[in-house]
Ligand binder design. Structure first.
Ligand code: GTP
Ligand code: MG
Length: 420
């Protein structure tokens, strides 16, 4: 006999359940299955961040996406059968879909269809805190949605807005919604301009002080490091895009004041227009004198992540700035055995161990950036003194550019930099 009463059982049935999702990616020519597997793990992490559970991952080898439905018709049939059988709530594609692909897929799948951009935009929307970030994301989201407004999205948007339509929306509703969205876009643009004006004045007031920006892939530990350095309390958690707003704090090390800012993390395939929409947030990076590039060394794709960050920095015009590379989360990688320990290991053991040779990495990256990287664990403060020393050295170099006559013995009137 069931141990729960009928009333309780009924309550359980109506309890909200986590939405389920299947993920879809194409394996392009030149890509390995393992690479795509890693990409899909990241997509699953993004899905989880949005609050849904990944129940299956579909892949298909294709030279280029199908114009009509992104994947081939055979694969699509498989996906349709799966989502119907398991009553899946949404399908998420690892690439961006054209408006017509989105429409076609939605007609065939009859459930929510997300592409990578829309997923990231929805996560940003949930996470944005400040008026500026909120306005930016909302604007980017509407701009993205406008040409893609399907029956499904019209319906969902209306639910979100609280107006609600019963059943599917018709063409007329879609047209009305498009007009509404255009109006909203105009309003949001005006609002953003106003906020940006205030931001620019604020930033102007920071002249005469070295500015350092923490940059890096998402979830690498930028906010954790920021909190450690500034004793602030920024949300740091094991989620992608925990930080969408930038935070600036004044730090004084060795009598030299500088501003440290925590910024939004980068991710592969972050669409250019989305980067553009964060222009003013990214001004923190563009106007920085020094970049501290944080890398999660425990991630198998960390070298790819470094390239993604470099490319994104180039795209926003901040590719030439001095850069201190910080390899974080060293507590999560197996430590390189000492020479003595190695003597007791067989060649195969050494080869299979996949140890990261920090010395080798350090030399290779010093060659590239001109600054020796540091290896830390921000979470427990391992090697944080080493990081602090490297940071001071680089900040001093920048400080000397602003104040060429600065002497080490000189005491700076720090009060002039208050209220930052
Ligand atoms: N094991 C380990 N975990 C760490 C370390 N530093 C940070 N983390 C964890 O990594 C996760 C992400 O940290 P955040 O500081 O939020 O990373 P972030 O780069 O600011 O991430 P976004 O704002 O999402 O781009 C959190 O769960 C941290 O606790 C570290 O040195 N070791
Ligand atoms: Mg963060």
């Amino acid at each position: 006999m069931n141990k729960y009463s009928k009333k309780l059982q009924k309550l359980f049935e109506t309890a909200p359940k986590k939405e389920t999702a299947v993920l879809v990616a194409i394996i392009h020519q030149g890509q390995t299955e393992q690479q795509v597997e890693e990409y899909l793990d990241e997509l699953a992490f993004l899905t989880e961040t949005l609050g849904a559970e990944t129940v299956y991952k579909f892949t298909q080898r294709l030279e280029k996406p199908d114009m009509r439905t992104f994947v081939g018709s055979g694969k699509l049939e498989e996906i349709i059968a799966y989502v119907q059988h398991f009553e899946v709530d949404m399908v998420i594609f690892d690439d961006d879909l054209s408006p017509s692909q989105m429409r076609n897929l939605e007609n065939e799948l009859k459930i929510k269809v997300y592409d990578r951009s829309l997923l990231i935009l929805d996560i940003f929307l949930n996470r944005a805190q400040t008026a500026q970030a909120k306005t930016q994301v909302e604007l980017a989201r509407y701009q993205y949605l406008l040409p893609r407004l399907t029956r499904m999205w019209t319906h969902l948007e209306r639910q979100r807005g609280g107006t609600g339509t019963r059943g599917g929306a018709g063409e007329k509703e879609i047209e009305t919604d498009k007009r509404d969205i255009r109006n909203k876009i105009t309003l949001l643009k005006a609002k953003l301009k106003e906020i940006e004006k205030q931001g620019a004045t604020q930033r102007k007031g920071r002249k005469g002080i070295v500015r350092v920006a923490l940059v890096g892939y998402t979830n690498v530990g930028k906010s954790t490091l920021m909190n450690l350095m500034t004793k602030s309390n920024i949300l740091a958690e094991n989620k992608l895009f925990a930080t969408v707003d930038s935070t600036v704090r004044k730090v004084v090390l060795d009598n030299i004041p500088f501003l440290l800012s925590d910024t939004v993390g980068f991710i592969r395939k972050l669409p250019t227009h989305l980067i553009e929409s964060f222009k003013s947030t990214l001004d923190e990076i563009r106007e920085a004198d020094l970049l501290v590039h944080v890398v999660d060394i425990s991630h198998p794709g960390f070298e790819d992540h470094i390239s993604v960050v470099k490319n994104t920095l180039n795209e926003i015009g901040a590719g030439d700035k001095p850069m201190l590379l910080v390899f974080n989360k060293i507590d999560k990688v197996p430590k390189m055995p000492s020479e003595e320990e190695m003597q007791h290991m067989t060649d195969i053991e050494i080869e299979e161990s996949n140890y990261l040779d920090f010395d080798k990495l350090s030399k290779a990256y010093e060659k590239k950036t001109g600054i020796a990287p540091v290896f830390i664990a921000a979470q427990d403060g391992t090697n944080i003194d080493q990081f602090r020393n490297s940071l001071i050295r680089e900040v001093k170099k920048q400080h000397l550019k602003i104040y060429p006559h600065y002497l080490e013995s000189e005491t700076i009137d720090l009060s002039q930099f208050d209220e930052q």
